[in-house]
Design a protein around this ligand. Sequence first.
Ligand code: NAD
Length: 284
Amino acid sequence: MAKIIDGKVVSQFVKDGVKKEVEALGKKGVSVGLAVIIVGSDPASRTYVNNKKKACAEAGIISEEYALPEETTMQELLSLIKELNQKKSVNGILCQLPLPKHLDEKLVIENIDPKKDVDAFHAVNTGHIMIGDYSFLPCTPAGIMEMLDYYNIETQGKNAVVIGRSNIVGKPMAMLLLQKNATVTVCHSKTENLGEITRRADILVAAVGKEKFVTGDMIKDGAVVIDVGINRNGEGKLCGDVDFEQAEKKASYITPVPGGVGPMTIATLLKNTVTAAKLQNAIE
Ligand code: NAD
């Protein structure tokens, strides 16, 4: 039976560290602020934003919410971003995605000052991640690396397989594993013989967005299985991409959903916001 990688425990460890840093900055007269933009009334986005605001409050980070109506124009959104880019009390800017269809997400990301881009989505920051020289961590992948580190899971020389090649999860995940000396394979919707590849993985990361996509027969005995997926099953319950019941019989370690990767993403966001405040105040 696999050991559970407990995202709540690891994220609390990270958040405790962030809180101490925020307190130390406070003693130097530096406050830490995050602006959170939400457009429209998507219930999932609302939940994410609420969770992020709550986590900020617990860590002593001042969060400001900008809730804009569904019909907000691109011009209005960009003008808010421009204002926040200049606002001194705002160290980080987060625009909750997805945006309503009429808004251009790419343009929104491009307009956030890279120094305040705490999601690390801006091309400047993804470029830094690519060359391994960066300040802002890609939130979900960095959270996963933190979990591996917490459980002393070796990456060096291991075969790591990432299923998914999105800009926010799959690609940066591959980069971070590569930096930690894993041999990385990235699989995607056009990959052939997926099972053959995943069965070679010592570390298997699933970021697909499909319930029970990774079945037991796709997993090597003793593999570390990281489930990034957030899906709703037929009963409306939250579940990941991995068939947990099957996988836990084969894996050595596994992340549950909920309570695995999810909490780590927010913890990294807080870390990035502190980093932003330090950079903007020229504090080492
Ligand atoms: P995405 O839709 O942008 O990417 C999905 C990826 O899966 C694509 O690259 C695609 O090529 C791949 N894929 C689709 N079908 C496939 C197939 N049959 N075989 C192999 N690969 C296939 O999604 P994303 O933004 O990367 O998110 C993936 C999942 O992770 C979603 O469920 C999302 O909700 C979740 N997510 C969770 C967190 C978290 O904090 N836990 C953060 C971000 C995303």
